[in-house]
Design a protein around this ligand. Structure first.
Ligand SMILES: [Cu+2]
Length: 68
């Protein structure tokens, strides 16, 4: 599982833009987005670098949250 904090994800528009970016970078991956905590989780063994750059290309600033 991957987790990112995205501080500039602030509204429903951001959520849908990021959802599209992640779906394109990791087709079929399970995605859990929380606007409240400004975090997203991606299930499975998706490529962290690929997803991070897709989110950046969509205009946002993801910060990788390392699992404990
Ligand atoms: Cu927004």
């Amino acid at each position: 599982m991957l987790e990112f904090e995205i501080k500039d994800m602030t509204c429903g528009h951001c959520v849908s833009a990021i959802t599209q970016a992640v779906n394109a970078a990791a087709p079929g991956a399970e995605l859990d987005i929380s606007l409240d905590t400004q975090r997203i989780r991606i299930g499975g063994d998706a490529d962290a670098g690929l997803i991070e750059s897709a989110i950046r290309e969509a205009g946002y600033s993801p910060l990788r949250v390392e699992a404990p």
